[in-house]
Design a protein around this ligand. Structure first.
Ligand SMILES: [Zn+2]
Length: 98
């Protein structure tokens, strides 16, 4: 009688068995993600983050999203053209994460 629940996150299939769907330290993770993307994280923070990323799905998604946004912004600053579908793609990702 029960409908089998389909896994949505095919991209992380090798990791998803051990991956948490929610992050107990999300605020802390977000701080570190910002530092890493700004290039200001210490080696200790980088190490901790890489370990955490293996088991923390929301933070992995958030990191990928933030990185994509920054790349787009940098493209704009360097006055390279940003493809419209890339921007649309990022907006879709934001809607998924938020
Ligand atoms: Zn986390």
């Amino acid at each position: 009688m029960t409908t089998p629940v389909k896994k949505v996150s095919g991209i992380f299939s090798t990791r998803e068995m051990a991956t948490k769907q929610t992050c107990p330290n999300h605020a802390e993770c977000m701080k570190v993600i910002q530092l890493i993307l700004d290039g200001e994280a210490s080696n200790e923070q980088l190490k901790h983050f890489n370990q955490n990323l293996d088991q923390c799905l929301p933070c992995m998604q958030k990191y990928n999203l933030e990185r994509a946004i920054r790349e787009t912004l940098r493209c704009k600053l360097e006055k390279k053209c940003v493809p419209h579908d890339l921007i649309a793609n990022i907006k879709t990702k934001i809607d998924e994460v938020v």
